[in-house]
Design a binder for this molecule. Sequence first.
Ligand code: GLA
Length: 696
Amino acid sequence: MLFHPDHRLWLLRGATSAYAIRLAEDDSVRHVHWGAVLTLDQAAELPERVSPAASSFEAEAGVDELAVEGGARFGPPSLLVRFADGTRGVEWRYTGHDIDGGHLRIHLRDRHYPLHVTLNYRMHGDGDVIERWTNVENRGDDAPVTVLRCDSAAWAAPHRPHYRMSHLVGGWNSEFQVRRTDVPVAETVLTSRRGMTSHHANPWLAVDDGTACEDHGEVWSTALAWSGSWRISLHRDPVGRTTWTGGFGHEGLSWSLAPGEALETPVFAGLYTANGFGAASRAWHAHVRAHVLAHPDETRPVLYNSWEATGFDVDEAGQLALAARAASLGVEMFVMDDGWFGGRRSERAGLGDWTPNPDGFPSGLGPLAAEVRRLGMRFGIWVEPEMVNPDSDLYRAHPDWVLHMANRDRTEMRHQLVLNLARPDAAAWTHAWLDRLVAEHAIDFLKWDANRPFTEAGWPGHEDPDRLWIEHTRSVYRIMDRLRADHPGLRIEACSGGGGRADLGILARTDQIWASDNTDPVDRIGIQHGFSQLYPAQVMSAWVTDSPNVATGRRTPLRFRFHVAMAGAPGIGGDLTTWTQEELKESAELVAAYKRIRHVVQHGEQHRLRGDGTLAGVEYVREDEHVVIAWCPTRAFGHTPAPLRLAAVRPDAVYRDLDTGATYPGALLLQSGLPLGLPPGDHASALVRLRRADQV
Ligand code: GLA
């Protein structure tokens, strides 16, 4: 973090990159550089990136770090405000900055109105990630300020002849599909208007010039740490500038800042790498471990989850039967899913009534929890704290606690409505029952689900109802944070109908993410590929379930299902009471095999590999240990996949297969590839453990 007072320029330096910004004459903060490492003097010599005014329809325009309305600015604004007298926009006055270790704060105010804004930049000294966010404050004493948009940050890529964007799209059961498309000369909006991060778009956007690959090329990659509605607007203008701005909320919302009130945005983080998409992902994974996750050094357990086995048919005897089989396979955490509480015998009723169903659990959860522990496992449980079925005692008692609007329907999805946790009373009640549940049974693990988006998101009687779009999410964060502080052993899995709530915000208070309800291993390869762009393997929950798969009907071998799940933090989610003795034996062996590799998978570096045809794989590296997992879902007649070329071995070293004893020169693994000995036919897979031979 360096400052050049003569040039009014700040330089942020990461391990392999630099970021420079400057105060313009009008006191707006302008973007100067994001790329290769520079010295302060070199950065000071860089010209500002100004587009010249070629006609009366343009003004000379620099690239704002947080664009406002005001002056001749016509791109997507990052900060939109309206003052009580109707004046819009901001004219900046710089009031100073401070640098506190790796945290730079640039303080600005409006030249006339009492609106104060701080731009925050933080780097941690161990990587290239820049965390950015914005504070706005109404320091007036009489009138509110209306905030129509308040983004965390705007980013800019340097001038290139072409730009391409990488992002994640999907839906329920098909999350995290990577899309790479040219950036049109237009404004492109990635957004969720659902009150949740969403399955449909993930708040991650990477920009390159169209030539980057997995292992080379410049990439500017950004991710928003927010689990509610969000928007990222990418703008490529006809003179070749590409900028993007992002933050919480979607279009059409507004928030009123009362006198004395302040608003802080979530973090929008970004990194630059010259070494391709793989290096960008590894830099994100390292950042998530070092600065987002609470327990990065902890190895995620192999868990069992009852959902696909039982659906809503949940009782003590059934769960005990599953638990006994799970324990015999080496499972370490038993998680009872939906269906254990209230009148919850289907999707239609009971959500909100969080006491054990008396028919299924006549003596409460105590006997099940005790037996799970006696079997040597930890005990986890499914909850959906933000939701309520209208057919529930909770809703009958508090119909006003849900998101709703006067004179509007309450649209039900999955027969449920959303509790407005922005309400302090609903939030306090929610925290209280969760706290009681966790304390009473020393619950080790919550699977925290959220199975529908917001609709009719009103808050009758509240003077600033759009606040709920921010405050609901913050309330979820606060409840999670408080539970974790009060129950230090508690671990949480984030879930929203699968991967509908995966983002850096939720990861700061959870330990893993249920990436998709789709447990078909073939579909899962693509889902996991997308997930890995930003999130590390350690947080990716993946279950092995029954064949044929409940969603796709596809039949796959047990070994293939395990090998796909072993690329993350696996669990078992099938109906173990129907598995044959051979299947159980093979599963126990595969669980044991996973335990031999998981220190590398969960704590190592991840390299995505691409073979020929449909062969794909991942290589994990930790010190001298390498784990390669490869999958070939299908192959055409006569097309046996060629050996899989590895990415992260030294050409001058020799590698030994720890299971077969075979040795391979590193140069050969890089150039010709690792022979996988795949069995013939579809759904073939391989797991190979290698170690640098001099260490064996
Ligand atoms: C969601 C989750 C599933 C399961 C069900 C239970 O769909 O993603 O894993 O927990 O809810 O209703």
